[in-house]
Design a binder for this molecule. Structure first.
Ligand code: SAH
Ligand code: SF4
Ligand code: F3S
Length: 482
């Protein structure tokens, strides 16, 4: 587990060590020297801003980048003024890419005015060769480009850029390495994401993630437990275990461990009060896990269970490896064991070959399961995935129409499903002052619903019993209950 780095012991007059993470500490030291020169010359510390696109996995990676930047000596700045801007990109849908190019375009004039400014791009989009080609050709002003597999080498790559003064590009195709004990900087003092595995082996036919995140690899349970113990000692009481398919955790370890067994170990850690996880693939959700959830009072009453489509025919083409009936039966088993669970999902509309009947099956699942919320996505063609070359791509106007109908249904049901807690008293982990009203605080219930209630900043990070007075669709207004 990461401890304070003993800078006095690092000698950068010798060759860098080969082994990790010592090698990265060495390069952090090198970058520190560079930052000290900057401070001498400009009379201030340099600032950096890491902007995250995409999922919680990327958000967690960004925290690691911020940890390295802090060690190097950067202060956190805003994207508008920072000396070093880093975009941690996503490519799961085409519009994620478009947003990155848009933002990059805005950085160009700033960089022209201030040539000392640095721009780095990393994350999933960089794992696509066409993207890197385009950047090489038309975005020469980007200083540093790296991918998802070598993110742990951030310090070394920054040092390479500082040394050479030239554009540095380093992308790996895949890796089987997991480097532990690197710094990170949490967004919240009281909750944290924890990677339990990386990559994905499922190859859902629409999805680019397995290509840009590589093969599935699980962290050793000991490393996970040690990290969480240390987080708990540092004031964290809620952890979110992260993986593209947490239900297959541990299968590839030398000594295999199931996700349910891992949860049982994490439950024992003192100071941890809430355990969340995502994402669960329905095909791998075991009865053992359902039982652990039912017996636990730390595992949150929330399960994100992406269905993607309600049509067995489409599910098969998506390579999801479950049928509509199997999914519904799974939901029944979960609800029987954990009656107060909140279920959420992801749905794709307009997958190639989706007919109106297929879409009706999706609506049917939505009506039967009654999700507390659902992320709905318009199918986006990802080059290199099997679905991109499937016949019968659905016309945009048809998709739009189905998407609008789905959204309406999802929202109506969600508002209803959420309102069932009205009038009850429940525990809220207070996260921040309300965006709109500084006399209010905002927090989350075990089931992940948001609650706003009158309170002060000193409540942040604590658990408060709140009477849920009024449901406003997807959040509650409440008051402290003593
Ligand atoms: N590993 C997770 C999800 C990762 S991506 C899982 O299996 O559930 C998050 C969501 O993006 C997916 O659940 C899916 O609904 C959506 N998604 C992925 N690829 C997509 C594509 N090509 N077009 C539209 N939505 C997509
Ligand atoms: Fe993509 Fe499927 Fe893997 Fe999720 S499980 S990341 S949707 S391939
Ligand atoms: Fe996007 Fe990569 Fe996550 S493609 S959704 S940031 S794993």
């Amino acid at each position: 587990m990461y401890r304070e780095i003993d800078w006095d012991k690092i000698d950068i007059s010798v060759e860098p060590p080969i082994e990790e993470p010592a090698r990265q500490y060495y390069f952090m030291m090198k970058c520190r020297e560079w930052v000290q020169v900057f401070v001498k010359e400009s009379g201030r510390r340099p600032t950096a801003c890491v902007t995250t696109f995409g999922c919680q996995m990327n958000a967690r990676d960004s925290e690691k980048l911020r940890g390295v930047l802090r060690e190097i000596g950067y202060d956190e700045g805003s994207e508008e003024t920072a000396d070093f801007v880093i975009y941690n990109t996503c490519t799961v849908r085409e519009n994620a890419n478009t947003r990155v190019y848009g933002r990059l375009g805005q950085l160009k004039p700033r960089k022209k005015k201030n040539p000392g400014m640095m721009i780095a791009l990393c994350g999933c989009m960089m794992q696509e060769p066409e993207v890197v080609e385009k950047l090489k050709k038309s975005y020469r002003f980007v200083d540093l480009i790296f991918g998802t597999h070598n993110i742990y080498k951030f310090a070394e790559l920054v040092a390479a850029r500082m040394d050479s003064g030239r554009q540095v590009i380093d992308i790996w195709k895949d890796t089987d390495q997991i480097v532990e004990d690197l710094p990170n900087k949490r967004k919240y003092p009281f909750k944290s994401g924890v990677n339990i595995m990386f990559g994905c082996n499922n190859f859902c036919s629409y999805c680019i993630v397995p290509y840009v995140r590589g093969r599935e690899r699980s962290r050793e349970p000991d490393a996970i437990i040690r990290e969480i113990e240390r987080l708990a000692a540092d004031g964290v009481s809620e952890v979110m275990l992260l993986g593209q398919n947490v239900n297959s955790y541990g299968k590839t370890l030398d000594v295999p461990v199931t996700f349910a067994q891992l949860l049982r170990e994490i439950e024992k850690i003192r100071g941890i009060r809430r355990i969340r996880f995502m994402t669960s693939h329905p095909k791998d959700l075991s009865d053992e896990l359902i039982q652990v959830m039912a017996e636990s009072d730390k595992i949150c009453r929330h399960l994100h269970l992406p269905v993607q489509s309600g049509s067995t025919k489409i599910l098969e083409k998506m390579n999801r490896r479950y049928t509509k009936e199997q999914y519904l039966a799974l939901v029944r088993r979960i609800r029987e064991a954990v009656p107060d669970i909140s279920l959420t999902t992801d749905i794709i509309v307009g997958f190639p070959g989706e007919t109106e009947e297929d879409f009706q099956e999706t609506l049917d699942v939505v009506r039967k399961v009654r999700y507390d919320s659902a992320f709905t996505f318009i199918y986006s063609k990802r080059t290199g995935t099997p679905a991109a070359v499937m016949e019968n791509q659905v016309p945009e106007s048809v998709i739009r129409n189905r998407f609008d109908r789905l959204l309406k249904e999802v929202q109506e049901i969600a508002a209803h499903a959420c309102s069932v807690h009205e009038g009850t008293v429940q525990e809220v982990l207070v996260e921040e002052l309300s965006g709109h009203d500084k006399t209010m605080v905002t927090g989350r219930l075990s089931n992940n619903l948001l609650v706003h209630f009158p309170g002060e900043a000193k409540l942040i990070g604590s658990y408060v019993k709140v009477l849920l007075e009024e449901c406003k669709g997807f959040y509650y207004i409440g008051k402290k209950s003593e």
